[in-house]
Design a protein around this ligand. Structure first.
Ligand code: FAD
Length: 303
């Protein structure tokens, strides 16, 4: 389970300012972040494409409090979408609604998302919507529902740790959503989420079977061997083709496993973050793998 203390640290603005200014953090940042700008992100994308791996581009930045910031993020994403066909066909973009303004004005956020979806339709790209902390979860789901009839290919991240998730999935009665099933990366209360790692893994396995049975083209965002094996076994048992679903992993995590899956005939997509606002994203990655934290702290103090 993600380390709760680190998830709090992820929200600390003072530490963010210190860490972001410190160039010594660069090696650990570079492991998880593909570059500061879109050009570097394309370079990393093409290298992965060369290995048979697709990409979902993520512009770092979240929880914005000014509409100008959400507009700037929308424009940056539009630029990426307009170039996908030329640079890396088959890529998607992953957006966080807190970056598109959900905490300021949900309607404006929905408008920003629609602008991206329209651009994606024009340029042959697909959008994926990340699922963030439960404080914006209901609104994220509501906005996703509102765009689904016009953009049924849009993928939504679904968190296995959230108690509400099975009910949410069953509530899609007309259009079956394309989902990315993940364990869940945020600090949640025990009333809202399962807090025991084994329970989350069991729930992940249960939901992955359900998704393979009931949903179109499901994606499994996990690096956990147990979960990956269950997905493979269940798909084979259900008579599905290896290309009827995809595995997704984070940039910099379990690269060898990504190659093995490609070699075995599975579709693999890497979630590829780029940009300068890496701090909360990186701290969530540290929370998932606290062993990496020592490296990060050493880099901060120059050790
Ligand atoms: P774990 O049990 O945490 O990890 C299994 C193994 O994977 C570990 O033993 C380790 O070997 C390796 N590993 C896992 N994380 C790391 C790491 N950071 N560094 C190094 N090794 C690691 N969460 C959300 O809440 N919302 C989202 O929208 C979302 N999108 C995601 C998109 C993708 C493509 C992926 C892969 C994850 C996403 N997540 C998201 C994060 C997810 O919820 C988990 O926090 C994260 O994937 C770790 O869970 P795991 O399934 O890999 O299993």
């Amino acid at each position: 389970m993600p380390n709760r203390l680190l998830l709090h640290v992820a929200e600390n603005k003072k530490l963010e300012a210190i860490a972001t200014r410190n160039r010594l953090t660069r090696p650990i940042v570079d492991r998880y972040v593909a570059g500061r700008g879109l050009d570097e992100a394309w370079t990393a994308t093409k290298a992965l494409n060369g290995a048979g791996i697709d990409v979902s581009l993520d512009l770092l930045g979240e929880s914005v409090h000014h509409l100008a910031q959400s507009k700037a993020a929308t424009q940056e994403y539009q630029g990426a979408i307009e170039n996908i066909r030329n640079q890396a066909p088959g890529s998607t973009v992953s957006v966080k609604l807190s970056q598109l303004g959900i905490m300021i004005d949900p309607q404006e956020c929905a408008n920003n998302l629609k602008a991206l979806l329209n651009a994606a339709t024009t340029h042959g790209a697909t959008v994926e919507v990340d699922m963030e902390h439960s404080s914006v979860g209901r609104e994220t789901l509501a906005i996703y529902r509102s765009i689904l009839p016009d953009h049924p290919n849009t993928r939504l991240a679904i968190q296995a740790n959230m108690r509400q998730t099975p009910e949410d999935l069953l509530s899609f009665t007309d259009i079956k959503p394309r989902i990315r099933l993940v364990k869940g990366a945020f600090d949640e209360s025990s009333s809202a989420a399962l807090c025991n790692a084994d329970e989350v893994t069991e729930q992940y396995k249960y939901l992955s079977r359900w998704a393979l049975q009931h949903l179109p083209d499901p994606a499994f965002g996990t690096h956990d061997d147990t979960c990956i094996d269950v997905v493979k076994e269940t798909a084979a048992e259900l008579g599905l083709d290896k290309r009827d679903f995809e595995f997704q992993m984070l940039y910099g995590v379990r690269r060898k496993l990504q190659d093995e899956l490609v070699r075995d005939g599975y579709r693999v997509r890497v979630y590829l973050p780029y940009g300068t606002q890496w701090y909360p994203y990186l701290m969530r990655r540290m929370a998932e793998k606290p062993a990496n934290l020592l490296l990060f702290l050493r880099s901060l103090i120059g050790g």
